[in-house]
Design a protein around this ligand. Structure first.
Ligand code: NAD
Length: 260
């Protein structure tokens, strides 16, 4: 018998993943389900979510995935997510704040409201979801939050200033909550990916010159896959990571350390 010790499993844990209908969020839901967690999947497109749910149930027969269509930008929808969880009556132990987005412009081209819109999606929604999740996570006693940040919150990249600023806020929220909620049995960490192949990066990476530039600046000379981010997120959720909190784990093929 070569079973993994239980600290490398998530059996009996329930995990809320936002932005779970595709890309990194979907990969996280699959990885978490593969290790025994029950995923609660949130995104805006109900039909796509249901397809994901059916696939998960087929691929992982023990997986009792549930879906809820919601826009995490909308405060009412955020409350509705937690009403739904209350109705499900499941002991929530894991939260992955993955939903995110961008309005990419040069700094002087931003319109009134653009900066706020990016902050609302990337920082404020995650802040609110953490606060709404807190009572259930604290009740569990060995809970974890993982926020999906970005290298753009740590150094200049060409995503535009609003995205970088909003991800930097998410990173600092991670550190603050880690300290504030340690006594409640809640670990809080983040991952900081560089370019990952998803629908939101497809267009930029389909330009061969741009792709070459990206690869030249990446020591591992390739684009990351959603599953590689999901593996890091899942590690931070595991009991095996029980003494790790307040950390930003780069999933970047070496990008952040590659000076000239
Ligand atoms: P994606 O566009 O492929 O998927 C985004 C998911 O989030 C989708 O399921 C979408 O429905 C959901 N979503 C977006 N806005 C939402 C909202 N308001 N309410 C509910 N759901 C919403 O994106 P991705 O590339 O998988 O990115 C996921 C996260 O990873 C984002 O936070 C992004 O900033 C971060 N990230 C991505 C990369 C990359 O290169 N792909 C790099 C660094 C960080």
């Amino acid at each position: 018998m070569n079973a993994l010790p239980s600290r490398w499993r998530l059996d009996g844990q329930t995990c809320l993943v936002t932005g779970a209908s595709r890309g990194i969020g979907l990969a996280c839901a699959r990885e978490l389900a593969g290790l025994g967690a029950q995923p609660l999947l949130v995104a805006r497109d109900e039909t796509q979510l249901q397809t994901v749910c059916d696939e998960l149930r087929e691929d992982f027969p023990a997986c009792d995935a549930r879906v809820f269509a919601a826009d995490v930008n909308d405060p009412e929808d955020r409350l509705a997510i937690f009403d739904w969880i209350a109705d499900l009556d499941v002991p929530l132990s894991l939260l992955v704040n993955n939903a995110g987005g961008n309005i990419q412009k040069a700094t002087l081209e931003y319109e009134p409201g653009d900066l706020e819109a990016v902050f609302r999606l990337n920082s404020v929604s995650a802040f609110d979801l953490c606060r709404l999740a807190h009572p259930r996570l604290a009740q569990h006693g060995h809970a974890a939050i993982v926020n999906v940040g970005s290298v753009s919150g740590l150094t200049h990249v060409r995503t535009g200033i609003a995205y970088g600023m909003s991800k930097a806020a998410l990173h600092q929220m991670t550190r603050n909550l880690a300290c504030e909620w340690a006594e409640d049995g809640i670990r809080v960490n983040a991952v900081t990916p560089w370019y990952i192949r998803t629908r939101r990066t497809d267009q930029a990476l389909s330009d061969p010159d741009y792709l070459d530039e990206v690869l030249e600046r990446t020591p591992m000379a390739r684009i990351g896959e959603p599953e590689e981010v999901a593996a890091a997120v899942t590690f931070l959720c595991l009991p095996a990571a029980s003494y790790i909190t307040g950390q930003l784990l780069a999933v970047d093929g070496g990008f952040l350390h590659y000076g000239f």
